[in-house]
Design a protein. Structure first.
Length: 195
């Protein structure tokens, strides 16, 4: 997928709903991480949301155009997150974050690279740090788009973590061209803790 081209387009990508997914809002209403990383942050809606809640937040995305848009949005807020163009599979922080958030990055990673992704997230987190992840499930119809992930795949990929829960949920989308007529997609939300 050409991420630069997608974020250069005037139409928002289907996953850019201009606000965080509801499950992040719900999670942060009961949990209060201090230092967070938003993996595949796109135009930064979730990153900015976390920063505005007083969380020291870093957002990373592969697309320079996405980060450029995120910086413009963040410039209008009081609490500015750190926003960087980075490949998640090349991140090298060690035990820095107590919270990692992924809303749609994992399910675009090729299957043979997913264990590397899990290992990098594990290294990013402090002991007892948590990963909150949203990805398409196998129940999402096959119209193209991201990989569909099965619950056992999540359990196997994140076996080093203590998986606190995996719940069926919906991945909200806007009306843009990639999602066609869909307003939401069948997904899994997973909360896992580094042990």
């Amino acid at each position: 997928m050409d991420w630069e081209e997608i974020y250069k387009n005037k139409e928002k990508p289907a996953w850019d709903i201009g606000k965080p997914q509801q499950f992040l809002i719900d999670y942060l209403s009961e949990n209060h991480p201090q230092v967070a990383i938003d993996i595949g942050c796109g135009t930064g809606s979730s990153t900015i949301y976390m920063a505005n809640k007083g969380i020291k937040t870093t957002g990373v995305d592969l697309s320079k155009n996405a980060i450029k848009q995120a910086k413009i949005k963040a410039g209008r807020t009081k609490r500015r997150p750190l926003l960087m163009t980075k490949d998640v599979l090349k991140l090298a922080y060690a035990s820095k974050f107590d919270f990692a958030y992924d809303s749609g990055c994992f399910h675009v990673i090729e299957p043979e690279k997913r264990k590397k992704y899990a290992s990098i997230i594990y290294k990013l987190l402090k002991n007892h740090g948590r990963l909150l992840l949203l990805c398409f499930s196998e129940n999402e119809p096959d119209w193209g788009g991201p990989h569909r992930i099965k619950k056992p795949e999540l359990e196997e990929t994140f076996a080093r973590f203590k998986i606190l829960w995996i719940n069926e949920t919906e991945f909200k989308a806007n009306d843009s061209t990639i999602a066609n007529q869909f307003a939401s997609h069948k997904a899994y939300a997973m909360l896992a803790e580094k042990i």
